[in-house]
Design a protein around this ligand. Structure first.
Ligand SMILES: Cc1cc2nc3c(=O)[nH]c(=O)nc-3n(C[C@H](O)[C@H](O)[C@H](O)COP(=O)(O)OP(=O)(O)OC[C@H]3O[C@@H](n4cnc5c(N)ncnc54)[C@H](O)[C@@H]3O)c2cc1C
Length: 399
């Protein structure tokens, strides 16, 4: 039977950067990457905003904060070393009323405590950026950029293959049996032995957890679709991403305006609770995913905890009128006539018995590492998440 030292389940940016970290630390390590799809970048890594986040939003000391601050630096280093395209644009976060201004002040204070060099902007600065932008107050975050995470994943895969790693496509993890000092794995027509297994299966990470451990995952993945609308050329000139102030009760950053590296301008994403983990088209339904979602007790906790506000928030996200109003709050010129394209991505958002899980979640057991909640800013943070995973391995695993 084929023998490997490390099996990675899921060839997204997280699985690939973890494999890359192991290869850097242990050249010659035998790595196999299992990917359920026939190619990479089919899910979150290939369907996001492409923003290199600064870390302003995340509570100091949390994994999100630590991994994003370190990940920002490591991502820029990788992009430079590998000659991959990116731009440092900075970004503006715009508050449009008193409540948002108070929340913006908290973000500002958090940013300073995390060592970010933020500053308040004048109204006139906003207008200079783009006509029609408006707000009561805005914060300028210089450490923000834009890249293409699909290209990062492709390059990581190239480097891994050059270092001897193998990738097996169309091979979802099916069965795992603990044997002496490792696991016997079955995936598609493959059967092999591995010493260490890393679960980086994104939208399926809770199910992969169960396959590996035989136990129910401590979190359930609930899919939140993010819809984007593309602007026709000529309506929006700014290079700078513009963000609203996020609702502190929800770990989503709100509908923002972002110019991608290819020059297209995307508005989005909203956050629509869907009943299919792969519902990229307008309508999607999957019995298994739907049953999992509606039987997730933590979802009802969210609704009870925040009451009508949360319920309204989730419901109104589906409405096009709400989408328009959300953008018009800070960019009054926006109208649907300016739009000529649609894309979407689905966030793997974990829920536990207390509700939506804000922070990244790692679970570590002997010879297993599970990445159970890695939504935004996990693409920015991927190299720091990989360092974190390697640290767990060094401290706990026994390979
Ligand atoms: C709408 C949206 C906007 C975002 N914007 C940003 C942003 O601007 N900046 C940022 O930093 N982050 C952003 N993110 C978050 C970022 O995209 C994700 O955090 C990151 O891509 C997660 O990577 P991943 O490798 O965990 O997951 P994925 O990219 O989803 O990869 C998981 C892989 O596992 C595979 N898989 C699943 N089950 C199995 C199985 N049983 N066996 C084998 N393989 C399996 C899947 O096919 C998939 O290829 C955004 C996400 C979304 C959805």
């Amino acid at each position: 039977m084929q023998q490997y030292d490390l099996t990675i389940v899921g060839a997204g940016i997280i699985g690939l950067s973890i494999a890359h970290r192991f290869m850097q630390e242990q050249p010659g390590i035998r790595i196999v990457i299992l990917e359920r799809e026939g190619q990479i970048n089919r899910h979150q890594t290939g369907r996001n905003s492409g923003v290199i986040h600064s870390g302003i939003y995340y509570r100091k000391g949390s994994y999100k904060s630590k991994n994003c601050l370190e990940g920002y630096r490591l991502m820029l280093q990788f992009l430079q070393e590998q000659n991959l395209p990116y731009k440092i644009t900075g970004k503006a976060i715009v508050a449009t009323n008193e409540k948002e201004t108070a929340a913006l002040q908290k973000l500002y204070d958090n940013a300073l405590s995390c060592g970010l060099k933020v500053s308040y902007m004048e109204q006139s600065d906003l207008r200079k950026m783009q006509s029609g932008l408006q707000g009561e107050k805005a914060v300028w975050v210089p450490e923000t950029g834009i890249t293409n995470y699909s290209l990062v994943a492709e390059r990581l895969l190239q480097l891994l293959k050059a270092g001897g790693a193998e990738i097996v496509y169309s091979s979802g993890l099916q069965n795992v049996m603990a044997t002496n000092g490792g696991y016997e794995i079955q995936a598609g027509s493959q059967r092999f032995f591995t010493k260490l297994i890393v679960n980086a299966a994104g939208l399926q990470s809770d199910r992969v957890y169960k396959t590996i451990t035989g136990k129910k995952s401590p979190v359930t993945i609930v899919p939140f679709k993010g819809e984007y609308y593309k602007l026709k050329p000529g309506f929006y000139q700014s290079e700078i991403p513009i963000y609203p102030v996020p609702n502190p009760d929800f770990p989503f950053l709100g509908i923002h305006i972002t110019r991608m590296l290819d020059g297209t301008v995307k508005l989005g994403p909203n956050a629509v609770l869907v009943l299919d983990r792969h519902a990229y088209e307008k309508f999607g339904f999957n019995w298994n995913d739907a049953l999992t979602t509606v039987s997730t007790a933590g979802l009802y906790k969210v609704i009870f905890k925040y009451g009508k506000t949360a319920f309204n928030e989730l419901l109104k996200q589906t409405s096009k009128e709400y989408f328009k109003q959300s953008v018009q709050k800070y960019w009054k010129d926006f109208d649907w006539e300016m739009v000529n394209g649609y894309t979407s991505g689905i966030r793997a958002q974990a829920i536990n018995q207390n509700g939506l899980v804000d922070d990244f979640v790692y679970e570590v057991a002997e010879n297993q590492i599970h990445i159970l909640n890695a939504p935004s800013p996990a693409a920015t943070s991927c190299f720091a998440i990989a360092n974190q995973a390697y640290e767990f391995y060094r401290n706990q695993a026994t390979v």
